[in-house]
Write a protein that binds this ligand. Structure first.
Ligand code: APR
Length: 281
């Protein structure tokens, strides 16, 4: 730590300093950026962890490369691998984690300025985070449509097809017959406009939490760099990623994210409330 850190910033790079920052009322607009790492404890594999990540376990789908399963051009030619995977990922059987609950606690306390998530599992909504505070930057399984005519596809029919790992096709009147795809952002697809509309909120943040992401996929991976100098950025992740750790006020809480948020909750005096809220979900 450079000892010429200006007085108004965190005295030391620790969760205790972050807790003081929040309890002193200096963090009222907290932005949170999350990835698959906050859902692994729910039983949903992340993408890039060496042994357990999805991309290490798609061999059975004999893809040209793992990411092809989320590539629009590949999907148009061969949608079957995606629907085999969708059966394992589809929302409904998973429970929000302590990390999801911590974010919903921030919202409950009026401290959550905006959550940007890359996850498609809808666990943020299940954790009770108000939908107007969530940007699902890579879309989600919450809705689906025909990729040709864009006609929405009924959820009940989608659930039936996903349960059978069958490929659903457009049922709009007429002979469309196009492939149906959940509103997940595939590679070579644009992110939702909401992502670009809400990105500016990051410049107003007075604290940023980055949780469970490898920060490998742009433009999402660039979000932490919009946090102004002098605003603390806390990384809850197994390993250091992106530019975290290079700014004077960065705090690296490396390790399991649920353990990290539990430690911060203890320091904030929120631990009981956190566990009760999680049990109550
Ligand atoms: N606690 C802390 N960190 C964890 C945990 C955990 N329990 N589990 C996993 N991680 C970390 C991993 O070490 C890794 O750094 O979370 C990160 C997950 O990274 P990825 O698997 O790359 O997931 P993510 O960053 O969300 O991927 C981004 O890639 O394929 C695309 O669109 C897909 O949204 C996804 C995007």
């Amino acid at each position: 730590i450079s000892d010429d850190t200006p007085p108004e910033t965190l005295r030391e790079r620790s969760l205790a300093a972050v807790a003081d920052h929040i309890n002193a009322g200096r963090a009222r607009r907290i932005v949170v950026m999350t990835g698959a790492g906050i859902s692994t404890a729910a039983g949903i594999p992340d993408f890039r962890s060496p042994e357990t990540g999805l991309y290490a376990n798609l061999a059975k789908l004999d893809l040209p490369e793992p990411e092809a399963v989320f590539d629009l051009r590949f999907f148009e030619k061969n949608p079957k691998p995606f629907y085999v995977l969708a059966k394992d990922l589809y929302p409904g059987n998973f429970h929000p984690t302590v990390s999801h609950t911590f974010i919903s606690l921030l919202a409950k306390k009026g401290l959550l300025h905006q959550l940007f998530t890359q996850n498609i599992d809808c666990l943020e909504r299940a954790a009770g985070i108000p939908s107007e505070l969530i940007v699902e930057a890579h879309g989600s399984f919450a809705s689906q449509r025909c990729i040709e005519c864009k006609a929405p596809y009924p959820e009940d029919l989608m659930r039936e097809h996903v349960a059978r790992a069958d490929v659903p096709r457009c049922i709009r009147a007429g002979d469309c017959g196009g492939l149906v795809k959940p509103d997940i952002v595939f590679f070579h697809e644009a992110l939702p406009m909401l992502f670009y509309d809400r990105k500016d909120l990051i410049e107003k943040a007075d604290l940023a939490l980055v949780m469970g992401t490898s920060l490998q996929v742009h433009p999402f991976a660039g979000l932490p760099n919009y946090v102004p100098e002098g605003v603390p950025r806390v990384l809850f992740n197994m390993e250091r990623v992106g530019s975290l750790g290079t700014q004077a006020d960065d705090v690296l809480a490396l390790g399991d994210c649920d353990a990290g948020v539990r430690e911060l909750a203890d320091l904030l005096g929120w631990r009981e409330e956190l566990e009760a809220q999680w049990r109550g979900l």
